[in-house]
Design a protein around this ligand. Sequence first.
Ligand SMILES: Cc1cc2nc3c(=O)[nH]c(=O)nc-3n(C[C@H](O)[C@H](O)[C@H](O)COP(=O)(O)OP(=O)(O)OC[C@H]3O[C@@H](n4cnc5c(N)ncnc54)[C@H](O)[C@@H]3O)c2cc1C
Length: 342
Amino acid sequence: MTVNVDVAIVGAGPVGLFAVFACGQLGMRTAVIDGLADPGGQLTALYPEKPIYDIPGRSKIRADALVDDLLAQAEPYEPNYILGHHAQACSETSDGTFVVTTSGSRKVFARAVLLAAGAGAFGPNRPPLEGIRAFENKSVFYHVGRRDRFAGKRLLIAGGGDSAVDWALSLAEVAQSVTVVHRRDTFRALPAAVAAMQADPRIQVETPYQLVGLDGVDGHLRAVNIGRIGGNAKRIGADALLALFGLSGDLGPLADWGVHIDGKTIPVDAKTCETSRSGIYAIGDVARYPGKLNLILTGFAEAATAANAAFARVFPGKTLHSEYSTTRGVPVSTQNQHFQTA
Ligand SMILES: Cc1cc2nc3c(=O)[nH]c(=O)nc-3n(C[C@H](O)[C@H](O)[C@H](O)COP(=O)(O)OP(=O)(O)OC[C@H]3O[C@@H](n4cnc5c(N)ncnc54)[C@H](O)[C@@H]3O)c2cc1C
């Protein structure tokens, strides 16, 4: 399946979503590719229910509500969302059109590419348990998403950092029971939060234990087996396992795009956000230049900068008239966003 647009955006995090609006204001049609099934990047995957306080003009907004607003702001421009697909390759035709190919064999033809790839394509750090993939997204999870997913469940949380401790305290409010398993006796989290967890009668703490096996049928857990290193094992009845060993980002798929990558970031010219490859721009957390701040608001400004720079490539010879959104307005919404998933 092919999609023809003016600008291909890799990454549906907050910055990629705002780039749809920034491009749309300049008359450029967009497709947004993301390896995750849901838009929102880190906001959706890591902290949907946390309030954010430094979005200009919003004194306090939950991360999931900001994603909803960004989708609504993008909607009049009818972007093509290609979700659950990794952007894997980028070739160029003889007339300078980019062809971005996804893991699901979609091809996006575009005159410019905006990389809003954050820390790269997210993947969880999985515990090495036999058959774990059959349980994933049914009863084994690597991020919380929405709390009500765990309502009334016997939940086992594995991990020893801030996330494990904070989520144990939070999910104890909705789960039937919470057991926290960590392979050390000490936690890498705020001491006050650890003390609160240890004092909470709704939370059972098992240390120093590690996960050794899953027991269940058709992806639905019945119990998790845990063991002490070189010692005795235990079976903990559980309906859900939340394994919080962190997510790792992988810029790997972009390595062969002919774009200079420096570690986990892509150096850009701050005036245009253009990378070392002409016509490919990087914005948001993945973009690097002297003085760069990894903040959502910085990424929003970069999206506008890159859209303005891409205009000349998308519409060669056309003059870009600088106008405010109050003058341009937005198209009448047709409620016609195109979501495609793998
Ligand atoms: C707990 C926490 C709290 C935070 N609080 C704040 C805050 O209060 N204020 C603030 O400004 N910032 C905050 N941040 C940072 C903020 O979330 C990031 O700066 C922001 O998410 C960056 O947005 P982005 O769109 O550049 O990248 P991301 O949100 O990382 O999104 C990038 C997207 O690109 C996708 N992707 C990458 N490579 C590919 C590929 N090859 N193919 C397909 N898809 C790909 C990924 O799947 C991901 O969805 C916080 C971060 C965390 C973890």
